[in-house]
Design a protein around this ligand. Structure first.
Ligand SMILES: [Zn+2]
Length: 339
């Protein structure tokens, strides 16, 4: 689509993450086990750290792959820190479930936690926003007691989805109290309900926090039709959120994340990048253009999804739950920010 070059855009080859940087978040014992497993030597100690499970299998080149994917996110962070880029996107990033000594949920090396750490070390106030359908647990807990990295995660209710954490009352501890924000959403949450929660919670908090830089984990598994999750979004939600972020006029480090309906994920990330890169932002044809009446069933909306119809029954089930969640989150965290 010509979106990778021109108009100040460029593709930057990633550099594998340095072991010294990796150790800012992961333990030496864990990194050693990951590297060893990658070479075919795997033991019960590695398994106890989540390496070699069904979710996090061992494969040839696992270590090189993990540190290269992470290195791309860190390369993006460096571009932003040096002022070389206002916006950087690593679709092969967003491994938000990995813990200091734990592989989990398809994640081995937590590139997003490391990027937030590196940015915070340079004195930046970091906002971490996570719209993957799963709770961004690895990042939330990395900064649970810190106020220099605010984490906001929108996700499907942990009662119905991995990893089982991310309820409204998980708000951080000590210095970090009020700087960890979780917005669990019910099965069937659709665009209007999602944006209601985003506008009511994320916008005022981001405004009050006034970050220097935004790290944006853009999992595409909250889209309708994802085989692993149960939300009902279209990619128009991501487009709208990105426009809000751009309007803040802060550097944005975006990453991919989950996304298991491949076609939908590809289009969502292509759309996200096109908007992040300042292309075609007014192309809002997400209504019912096309169809046999117009002598063509071709979809004219480009990368955008068609608007999905929502039944009154779905509305009546979802909206009251989302509204109650909004009130609970506001009651739990807004006072810490003078809201
Ligand atoms: Zn996910």
């Amino acid at each position: 689509m010509g979106l990778l070059s021109g108009n100040g855009r460029s593709e930057i080859p990633p550099v594998p993450a340095d072991r010294i940087v990796l150790k800012k978040f992961h333990s030496a014992r864990y990194l050693h086990a990951l590297k060893t497993a990658s070479k075919g030597r795997w033991n019960i100690e590695a398994l106890n750290m989540g390496i070699g499970t069904l979710d996090c299998p061992v494969f040839n080149g696992l270590y090189d792959y993990s540190v290269l994917a992470c290195g791309a996110t860190l390369t993006a962070a460096e571009l932003i820190l040096s002022g070389s880029a206002d916006v950087a996107f690593n679709p092969s990033g967003g491994y938000h479930h990995a813990g200091p000594e734990r592989a989990a949920g398809f994640c081995y090396i937590n590139d997003v936690a490391l990027a937030c750490l590196v940015l915070a070390e340079q004195g930046k106030r970091v906002l971490y926003l996570d719209v993957d359908v799963h709770h961004g647990d690895g990042v939330a807990y990395a900064f649970y007691d810190r106020s220099d990295v605010m984490t906001i995660s929108f996700h499907e209710n942990p009662g119905t989805l991995f990893p089982g954490t991310g309820f409204e009352d998980e708000i951080g501890t000590g210095q970090g109290k009020g700087y960890c924000v979780n917005v669990p959403l019910p099965v069937g949450t659709y665009d209007e309900a999602y944006m209601k929660a985003f506008n009511a919670i994320a916008l005022p908090l981001i405004g009050a926090y006034n970050p220097d830089v935004i790290v944006f984990e853009l999992g595409a598994d909250a889209l309708a039709g994802d085989p692993l999750a149960h939300l009902y979004l279209t990619n128009n939600v991501y487009a709208e959120i990105i426009k809000h972020l751009i309007s803040l006029d802060k550097p944005i480090l975006a990453t991919g994340g989950g996304g298991y309906n491949i076609d939908n994920t590809v289009r969502a990330w292509a759309l996200a990048w096109s908007i992040l890169a300042g292309a075609d932002t007014e192309h809002d044809m997400n209504l019912g253009v096309g169809g046999v009446m117009l002598e063509s069933t071709d979809w004219q909306g480009g990368l955008r999804d068609r608007t999905l119809a929502v039944s009154s029954q779905q509305h009546d089930i979802v909206m009251p739950v989302v509204e109650a969640t909004i009130e609970m989150v506001k009651a739990n965290v807004f006072a810490f920010h003078g809201l």
